[in-house]
Ligand binder design. Structure first.
Ligand code: HEM
Length: 205
């Protein structure tokens, strides 16, 4: 059984529309431990090898990696997140050479060393529209995160970025994104007597 989920639900029509099926029958966990984050989530300073390993550990391919990174077509990242990339990339007060120098200067005007705010659009100029513009930015070395830029460092992910960046809608991005989201939804599913069905979504019963 499926329900349809729009990305994010209330923003579907506003953002231009990515959608996918959500399989039902999932139960929520009862505990959430911050110490489990490091071993499970990818970090924005990961290189392509680390990203591929992290995704593979969850049964996701490098195609899923490049497709799901396309979620950065909307939303923002803070000055804090990109600070090292701008000011201390290798520990020698340097800037990531993979970042377009003009873009780096623009960012530095607003994001000072050690700064936390402001936030920057992950997909500059198009962060409220879910389209393939993100891939165009990555291709032009204007991806905000190290992990976004890293998509150019593998033959297959680079080829995907190139293909999708050729049109605003992306050659196959919308369809691919739905498929990879469905796959991601199958990671670590709790069924049967595991976990619980919450009475209120945000709280353990
Ligand atoms: C490939 C590995 C990924 C890394 C390293 C990563 C990292 C990040 C980071 C560091 C931020 C900005 C946080 C901040 O500064 O506040 C961010 C934002 C975001 N990420 Fe990812 N992400 C990844 C994959 C994904 C995936 C798979 C999705 C969803 C399918 C996703 C959806 C988002 C969204 C929507 C935002 C914007 C949030 C907002 O504006 O509040 N990301 N990501």
């Amino acid at each position: 059984m499926y329900v349809l989920f729009f990305f994010p639900l209330s923003l579907y029509f506003q953002t231009g529309g990515l959608f996918w099926k959500v399989e039902t029958g999932r139960r929520d966990g009862r505990i959430s431990l911050s110490k489990e984050i490091d071993a499970n989530l990818p970090f924005s300073n990961f290189n392509i090898t680390q990203l591929k390993q992290n995704f593979a550990s969850k049964g996701l391919t490098k195609k899923d990696l490049v497709v799901l990174s396309g979620a950065h077509t909307i939303g923002s990242a803070s000055c804090f997140t990109i600070n090292t990339r701008l000011y201390n990339f290798t520990g020698r007060s340097d800037t990531d050479p993979a970042l377009d120098p003009t873009f780096a200067s623009e960012l530095k005007k607003k994001c000072k060393p050690g700064g936390i705010l402001p936030v920057f659009e992950l997909d500059q100029g198009s962060s409220t529209i879910s389209d393939a513009q993100f891939y165009k930015a990555v291709r032009q070395n204007r991806g905000l995160l190290i992990s976004d830029a890293a998509l150019l460092d593998d033959h297959a992910t680079r080829a995907y970025v190139k293909r999708q960046s050729k049109s605003a809608a992306g050659a196959t991005f919308g369809r691919d994104f739905g498929k990879s989201m469905e796959k991601m939804g199958r990671i670590g599913v709790l069924t049967g007597s595991e976990g619980e069905i919450r009475q209120r979504c945000a709280f353990v019963n």
